[in-house]
Ligand binder design. Structure first.
Ligand code: SAM
Length: 231
């Protein structure tokens, strides 16, 4: 049997958001590579799946990739999952996929949650064309330069941001984009999920959010405005 790498999407907060095929595949593979073994163990335990877990993160990915290709060479199958959502989307795995393809093995993605897509479809902003920016640099100067470069981009923009930088991110976004239509998607799929849909404002603390705790996706309308073309 030829080894294969499966990229398996896992929940972004709600444990029930996992597909039947994701569970079947996790049960069938020989080994699961994941970011944080303790985190992923909880997911696997919830579904009574017992598999050897191997940590793979940005600092050891190159080394791990060689080891995992060796496993594929032995005819074993490997799954890659991340702490949340779809692997490789602002998460590790890109180098592993490159190494696996380079070595002549198949890569199969088992689809499921992705915070960017979940936020986009519920945002009310145009979905016909969008640009996934992901995380911007943490330093203000570099982040502002990226904002400037995106200012005239015509499609919906999707950003990830860490909870402790979100207010600064929004204040700086206002300085560059002004009162551009925006959407904040907080704690999606979890108990305290909430959305803000409205303009960026100079003082993010004035936004009508119940809380600033938890995870956020930020979307901005493209330079053309917030109205979707009828298609
Ligand atoms: N691979 C993941 C995916 O498919 O969406 C993204 C991983 S990235 C390290 C984590 C970022 O995704 C967070 O900082 C946040 O911007 C966003 N995110 C993940 N889960 C979320 C949730 N439940 N609600 C809102 N944003 C979320």
């Amino acid at each position: 049997m030829k080894g294969k790498l499966y990229l398996i999407a896992t929940p972004i907060g709600n444990l029930k958001d996992i597909t039947l095929r994701a569970l079947e595949t996790l049960k069938a593979v020989d080994l699961v590579a994941c970011e944080d073994t303790r985190h992923s163990l909880k997911l696997l335990q919830a579904y009574e799946i017992q598999k050897p877990l191997l940590s793979l993160h940005e600092h050891n990915e190159a080394r791990r990739a060689a080891g995992l290709v060796a496993k594929l060479n032995e005819g074993r199958s490997v799954a890659l999952i991340s702490d949340a959502g779809t692997p490789l989307i602002s998460d590790p795995g890109f180098r592993l996929v490159g190494a696996v393809l380079e070595a002549g093995f198949d890569v199969e993605a088992v689809p499921g949650p992705c915070a960017a897509v979940n936020a986009l479809v519920a945002s009310g902003l145009p979905t016909d064309a969008f640009y996934f920016v992901g995380f911007l640099p943490p330093k203000s100067a570099a982040r502002r330069r990226r904002f400037e470069a995106l200012k005239e981009f015509p499609s919906t923009l999707i950003f990830y941001e860490s909870p402790h930088r979100i207010q600064k991110f929004l204040a700086e976004a206002y300085e560059i984009f002004g009162p551009r239509p925006a959407v904040l998607a907080r704690e999606m799929t979890k108990k305290f999920e909430e959305f803000y849909r409205g303009p960026l404002v100079s003082d993010p603390l004035a936004l009508p959010l119940r809380s600033w705790k938890g995870e956020f996706v930020v979307l901005l309308a493209g330079a053309g405005g917030a109205r979707a073309e009828a298609r």
